[in-house]
Design a protein around this ligand. Structure first.
Ligand SMILES: [Mn+2]
Length: 317
């Protein structure tokens, strides 16, 4: 069932031990929102843990206390409440699904239009980021943001809005950030998020761009990483966030796709401009997301999947 933020406040009120779950291959929004929520719960005197199937991505290692991100395999506790954060469907919980199911009550806080409401209580809002929703929840439970909460919420909101440049950047998220901005060192965090990149990621981008292919006069742009590339460069999946943007930024390009070959299947990230709905294309492969940004994990081989995606996109551009 769907619920309101005050229902969530009530559910938190009667829970003592709370598990917060970030999605697999976590991004800035899920991590920032989970850590902000934990800080809010700490202030309320609640016990909470954060778990995620994937390791902390290198990009975020210095921004979050890594030791607080628990592996779901190590969790044997039964929580009163489990909260899925930024997860459009159950599969995004990965191995944390078990602990989620075991919890007495479950909440799903998300902003993906494709969310399938897999929890007992579902709060799916139209928002730039889950960070924006956690800000509102924080206000409703009556907690004042401190340095930590402000920093985490900024990370969540700024990364999901492409540093306040995507079309989801609106008055709400800007006004929330304006309330947070004096509480933490924005320049320092922004520098780590948007003006710095690891050598590994730089090499991955170079490799992906070396395989750039364009179709329909550049309206469609594909970048690709083969499974051997990751080993070769010493990278893992979490290093790949945002590679698709290098294709999206091409002036002529209307739809950008990043294919990453996995041991089994292919991870596909879609970005589009204007009203081209890549969420519908991702849905063909069991994925989803937003109109202009979505993703899927397709089974099959890279060559066939690329051809099928291309055929579908040619109809759209
Ligand atoms: Mn998000």
């Amino acid at each position: 069932m769907t619920c309101s933020l005050s229902d969530i406040k009530k559910a938190i009120g009667i829970a003592e031990n709370i598990l917060i779950i970030a999605h697999i291959q976590p991004d800035g929004d899920t991590l920032g929102s989970c850590f902000a929520l934990k800080a809010v719960l700490d202030s309320m005197g609640k016990n909470s843990d954060i778990c995620c199937e994937s390791d902390m991505p290198q990009r975020y290692a210095e921004l979050f206390p890594k030791q607080l991100l628990l592996q779901p395999q190590g969790i044997d506790k039964n929580y009163d409440l489990a909260v899925a954060v930024d997860c459009a469907d159950k599969s995004r919980l990965g191995k944390a699904q078990k602990a989620f199911k075991r919890a007495k009550n479950t909440i799903n806080i998300d902003h993906h239009v494709t969310n399938d409401q897999f929890a007992k209580m579902n709060y799916i809002a139209e928002a730039s980021s889950v960070g924006e929703i956690i800000f509102e929840l924080m206000c409703i439970v009556g907690i004042e943001p401190d340095e930590q909460i402000a920093r985490y919420l900024y990370i969540a909101i700024s990364t999901d809005t492409g540093n306040f440049t995507y079309s989801n950047t609106g008055r709400k998220c800007l006004s929330y950030v304006s309330e947070l901005v004096e509480l933490f060192d924005l320049r320092d965090v922004a520098d780590a998020l948007f003006r710095r990149r690891s050598l590994v990621l730089t090499k991955l981008i170079a490799r992906a761009l070396s395989r750039l292919e364009t179709y329909e006069d550049g309206k469609i742009a594909f970048v690709t990483l083969l499974s051997g590339d990751m080993k070769d460069i010493g990278a893992n999946g979490s290093d790949c966030e945002n590679i698709v943007d290098f294709a999206r930024e091409i002036e002529e390009t209307k739809v950008a796709v990043f294919f990453r070959e996995l041991d089994k299947g292919v991870k596909i990230s879609f970005r589009s401009k204007g009203d081209i709905d890549v969420c519908a294309v991702a849905a063909l492969y069991g994925g989803g997301g937003h109109l202009n940004a979505s993703g899927a994990c397709a089974s099959g081989n890279l060559k066939d999947i690329r051809e099928a995606v291309l055929a579908r996109l040619i109809e759209l551009v």
